[in-house]
Design a protein around this ligand. Structure first.
Ligand SMILES: Nc1ncnc2c1ncn2[C@@H]1O[C@H](COP(=O)(O)OP(=O)(O)OP(=O)(O)O)[C@@H](O)[C@H]1O
Length: 725
């Protein structure tokens, strides 16, 4: 019986295929599994054809349906494993098949595929243009080192022509995969020893025999990072119905390096723009920490934490399908920091205080300001309490007098501070009497309880996702929940997606990631068109890094996926905008996108409600994300931009992006009250729009009626709807 395998290049495109083609692929693959090799080769329906002009006779095509073909690697070394490399339209599949050649990497022993034709055409051109240039990209690396790292003669010639990283990227799509990665790492400045350790050694079999360039079958089994072997119909079904979960199998080496590093001497951090796989890496890190525990007698508990309950639920689900050993899963708690804090307080005190939400908190500050006849607004008081008092864990008036107010744009002299502290005492005193707490107060309590001498920290490892929005009080809980030491904290986050204005200096909280920090740069979610459009929203903004000590940027942030440019649509009226959104959603569903793969994001619930009604009138099923629908509930998702954090959809419409909604007036501190806070609030609103737009995988539609948000680029005729104003 032939064995089936899938290359990661196949998954990159499979999801985007039309439903009927995907069905064809499933049927063909099932047939593959049912036939013997002889039957397979002679099957008239499949037509496992060798192509006349093929550069590699082992790369063949099979028939998926009338118009579509699969490209298959059929080893001729007696092996019976067939690798599906690609599915494409007839002509494209044939063109691809004739140009590519398979080979075995001499260092990793993995299977690679290269576009020989492109390399043969490009190399002489690049050699000619490079001729006059004195410096070359890899001039510091010897031929011997390159060969030791698996670079063959053909690729060596290419490597020697390269002048800069841009050229390497141009070649990237045509080069054999492992060799391309080796060159990328070297180009980034890694030493040959580091590249050997991080790229080659992690893939090379432990006891490799002599290098046999023709033994493709063995090479296939060595290519775990890019080829998934399928053992039975169930696995086939799994792999083809959840292709977007391909990351479970294929981590990019940059991701693997971080997730599976045996141990970090202390807290480690991974950052990167939206969709770079930070959540995926955090999940794999948890798997690594679990699997490393082996048969240890007293197992070590792990906390996997994130910002919202919905995200925690999604992490739990992903973790369950990533970790094979069911005995390890109960060792992990997947909960938000607030839930953890609540739990700690309940266990220690036996009481569950009633929670005060931010609206109730504001009303209380308003009342206190009036009662004490203070000159400050409730917003000012709430922010002072959040950023200065809770931010620094201030508990007495003396501490408050001395507290740094860096980042606050107003001066408060000693007398003013004394007056303000009266308000803080009033606020905390009232809540204490009523046995009520805000979420951050609960965190403060929990950190104190966990820090009591003799209290054993509940976890041995803490893995944090969406770290950019955690408040210092929440960090204190996490710091206290795990003893300082190797692999204590693993932190994933993106400061460009900071939407709650949390200013944190991790170092001052006892979390020092120096030397253990990595940035991911490849986006796996969105097309380059969506990325560059969304990234432009943040151009020129100063973004503080996760540690709070410097600046972050999106240098080198890119996607290999290509698609349509986002549409920015302005209309004269709300009704027209709703019509435009409905038309767009309809167009997506007609193009075979399931409603559940579409989301509409708005700044406020009320505009979301209008969209919901408009779509329902159109007969399109709709569900509101705030009703926490099950993952498989049918219907277009309607959500606020805040609720879109951490999620992704094939198609996203961001609606109501008007001057009145973004920035939301209520979220912005008036500049006369505090100019620094004003700027910080504006940035958080801008980042919110960035977050909403970067949830889209394939298509993005941004709309407004009347005056557009100042965050939006000026509309150009090409990306605007012709019939709208
Ligand atoms: N190596 C990989 N191969 C294929 N797909 C991947 C890989 N890594 C991540 N992905 C996919 O890319 C998408 C984004 O990943 P993920 O959600 O982990 O990114 P993120 O950096 O946490 O994003 P954000 O910060 O925007 O929430 C997911 O659909 C994930 O399955």
């Amino acid at each position: 019986m032939p064995q089936l395998a899938f290359a990661s290049s196949f998954f990159e495109e499979y999801e985007r295929l039309e439903k009927t083609v995907r069905k064809g692929v499933r049927e063909v693959m099932a047939k593959f599994q049912a036939l013997t090799v002889t039957e397979l080769l002679s099957d008239r329906g499949l037509r496992l054809e060798q192509l006349a002009r093929a550069r590699d006779p082992r790369i063949r095509t099979i028939r998926i349906n009338q118009a579509w073909r699969g490209v298959v690697l059929a080893p001729d070394d007696g092996g019976d494993t067939y690798v599906l490399l690609k599915v494409a339209h007839h002509d494209k599949a044939n063109a691809w098949a004739v140009r590519h050649v398979a080979s075995v990497n001499s260092a990793t022993r993995g299977l690679e595929v290269r576009n020989v034709e492109a390399l043969e055409t490009l190399t002489p051109t690049f050699e000619r243009t490079a001729g006059a240039t004195a410096t070359r990209l890899l001039q510091g690396v010897s031929d011997a080192d390159l060969r030791r790292l698996g670079i063959d003669d053909h690729v060596l010639r290419v490597a020697r022509t390269l002048v800069d990283k841009g050229q390497l990227e141009v070649f990237g799509a045509y080069l054999p995969e492992d060799q391309f990665e080796v060159l990328q790492f070297l180009a980034e400045g890694f030493t040959p020893e580091e590249v050997w350790r991080d790229v080659v050694a992690v893939r090379r079999p432990t006891a490799p025999g002599p290098h046999d360039p023709d033994d493709l079958s063995t090479a296939i089994t060595h290519t775990r990072s890019r080829i998934a072997l399928v053992s039975g119909p169930r696995e086939l079904q799994d792999i083809l119905t959840k292709p977007f979960a391909a990351w479970r199998i294929f981590l990019h080496p940059a991701q693997r390096r971080v997730a599976y590093r045996p141990s970090y001497a202390g807290p480690a951090q991974i950052s990167g723009g939206p969709g770079t796989g930070k959540t995926v890496v955090a999940l794999h890190r948890v798997r690594h920490l679990l699997e490393r525990q082996g048969e240890r007698e007293s197992p070590e508990r792990v906390l996997l934490t994130t910002y919202t309950n919905a995200l925690a639920a999604a992490l739990r689900e992903s973790l369950d399908s990533l970790v094979d050993d069911p005995r390890l899963l109960p060792l992990v708690d997947v909960i938000t920091v607030n839930t953890l804090a609540h739990r700690v307080v309940r266990r220690a005190t036996g009481r569950t205080p009633e929670m005060v939400d931010s609206r109730q908190e504001r009303l209380r500050w308003q009342r206190i300001a009036a009662k004490l006849e203070l000159p400050w607004s409730e917003q000012f008081l709430a922010l002072e309490y959040r950023h200065v008092v809770l931010g620094q864990g201030v508990t007495t008036s003396e501490e408050y007098l001395r507290a740094s107010r860096a980042g606050r744009g107003s001066r408060l002299g000693p007398l003013q501070r004394a007056r303000l502290w009266r308000a803080v005492e009033e606020f905390t005193g009232e809540l204490a009497v009523e046995d009520r707490r805000t979420y951050l107060q609960i965190c403060e309590d929990a950190a104190r309880l966990l820090g009591r001498p003799g209290t054993p920290p509940p976890y041995r490892h803490v893995v944090v996702d969406e770290a950019q929005d955690l408040h210092p009080a929440q960090w204190r809980v996490l710091r206290a929940a795990v003893p300082p030491g190797p692999d204590d904290l693993f932190i994933a986050g993106d400061p460009h997606q900071r939407i709650y204005d949390c200013r944190v200096s991790l170092r001052s909280l006892g979390i020092n990631v120096t030397g253990r920090s990595t940035r991911l740069r490849i986006n796996y979610r969105s097309t380059e068109e969506i990325l560059s459009w969304a990234t432009a929203l943040l151009t020129g903004e100063r973004i503080e890094d996760l540690e709070g000590d410097g600046r972050d940027d999106l240098l080198g942030y890119r996607s290999a996926l290509r698609g349509e440019r986002p549409v920015l649509r302005g209309t004269a009226s709300v009704t027209e905008e709703l019509d435009a959104v409905a038309r767009q959603v309809r167009a997506w569903t007609e193009a075979d996108v399931r409603p559940a793969e579409i989301a509409v994001a708005t700044r406020f619930h009320d505009h979301g409600e209008r969209v919901r009604q408009r779509l329902e009138a159109e007969g399109i099923p709709v569900v509101a994300l705030r009703d926490a629908p099950p993952a498989d509930a049918p219907g277009v998702r309607i959500a606020t931009m805040h609720a879109m954090k951490g999620l992704e959809f094939r198609c996203v419409a961001v609606a109501g992006v008007t001057a009145a909604a973004l920035p939301a007036p209520k979220a912005i501190t008036p500049p006369e009250l505090d100019p620094l806070q004003h700027e910080a609030d504006l940035l958080a609103e801008r980042c919110l729009l960035f977050v909403a737009c970067t949830r889209a995988r394939e298509a993005l539609h941004v709309s407004y009626s009347g005056t557009p948000s100042p965050f939006l680029p000026l509309p150009d005729t090409e990306s605007r709807g012709g019939d709208d104003h």
